[in-house]
Design a binder for this molecule. Structure first.
Ligand SMILES: [Mg+2]
Length: 256
C-alpha cells in the first residue's frame, strides 16, 4: 500500500505515562502491513534515546529512526544546509549527545540552535547570540511558542526571545517545530511519497492539523489529549478526518 503515517505523541499515543487504549494495536498493525510510520513531537527536552526508551518501556515496538523530535529535525536541517559549526543553546547538556557530528562552538558558528532556556535567557546570552547572527549565523529556533502553562501561571516560552533576536538582527529565524512545515517535511524525506498520500494524526488543531494541512498531508484529528469540540467549532483550521482515538485509524486506512 502506498501510504505512510506521522503521529504526534502526547495525547495521541500516550497520556502522561499511560498508552492511549488501542495505540499498541494500531502501531502493531501498521508494522505488520509494512506501512511506514514515524512519531513527530515538539518536545525539546529529551534526547532521541530517552524518547525511544519511554516508548519501548510502554511496550511499543519502535526503533530509533521512528522517533523524530524537533532537535533531530534541527540536525537534519543543519545537514541539509551543510553546516558543521553549530552553537547549541538548550537547557539540557545531555542533548549534546545527539549533536556529536557537529563542532559545537560559541565562536563564529554557522548556525545557532535555540531552545527554551527559561530563566537562563540572560541579557548576556541574548547579546552573544545577536553577535553570532551579525557574524553570519542562521538562527534556528526549535519552535516559536509564545508561552506555556507552568505551575505558577503563564510563563514566557522561547518565541518572544526568537522575535527579539529577529527584530534586532533583521533576519528571519528558521522555525523547526510544528506547525512550521520543516518538521513535517524533514520527517518524511526518505519515504519518497507525495504528501497527499500521507496521514498526520494529532490532537492539536493548530500544531498538528494546521501544519499537516499546510504541507498537503491528510490531517486526522483524534478526540483524545487536548481535543476540545469548542476549539474545532471556532477555528478556521479544518481537519480532513476526525476519529475518536488512534484506535480507529486502522478502519480509516482500511487495514486489519
Ligand atoms: Mg499532542
Amino acid at each position: 500500500m502506498k501510504t505512510a503515517v506521522l503521529f504526534d505523541l502526547d495525547g495521541v499515543i500516550y497520556q502522561g505515562s499511560q498508552l492511549i487504549p488501542g495505540a499498541l494495536d494500531t502501531i502493531s498493525l501498521l508494522q505488520k502491513q509494512g506501512i511506514p510510520f514515524r512519531f513527530i513531537t515538539n518536545t525539546t527536552r529529551m534526547t532521541q534515546q530517552n524518547l525511544l526508551k519511554k516508548l519501548v518501556d510502554m511496550g511499543l515496538p519502535v526503533q530509533l529512526d521512528q522517533v523524530f523530535a524537533v532537535p533531530h529535525a534541527a540536525i537534519a536541517y543543519c545537514r541539509s544546509k551543510t553546516y558543521t559549526r553549530i552553537r547549541l543553546v538548550v537547557p539540557d547538556r545531555e542533548m549534546e549527545d545527539d549533536f556529536t557530528e557537529f563542532t559545537l562552538t560559541k565562536e563564529n558558528p554557522e548556525a545557532v540552535i535555540l531552545g527554551d532556556m527559561g530563566a537562563g535567557f540572560t541579557f548576556e546570552l541574548l547579546n552573544e547570540i545577536f553577535q553570532n547572527l551579525l557574524g553570519g549565523a542562521e538562527l534556528i529556533a526549535l519552535h516559536k511558542n509564545k508561552y506555556w502553562h507552568s505551575g505558577s501561571g503563564l510563563t514566557l516560552d522561547v518565541g518572544p526571545f526568537v522575535s527579539a533576536l529577529e527584530f534586532a538582527s533583521e533576519k528571519k529565524a528558521a522555525i523547526i517545530g510544528k506547525p512550521s512545515p520543516h518538521l513535517f517535511r524533514l520527517a518524511v524525506q526518505n519515504w519518497s511519497l507525495p504528501p497527499e498520500e500521507m496521514y498526520m494524526v494529532g490532537d492539536d488543531l493548530d500544531g498538528d492539523i494546521g501544519g499537516a494541512n499546510s504541507v498537503g498531508m491528510k490531517s486526522v484529528l483524534v478526540k483524545t489529549g487536548k481535543f476540545r469540540q469548542e476549539t474545532v467549532d471556532c477555528s478556521k483550521i479544518v481537519p480532513r478526518y476526525i476519529i475518536s482515538s488512534v484506535a480507529e485509524l486502522p478502519d480509516l486506512l482500511h487495514i486489519r
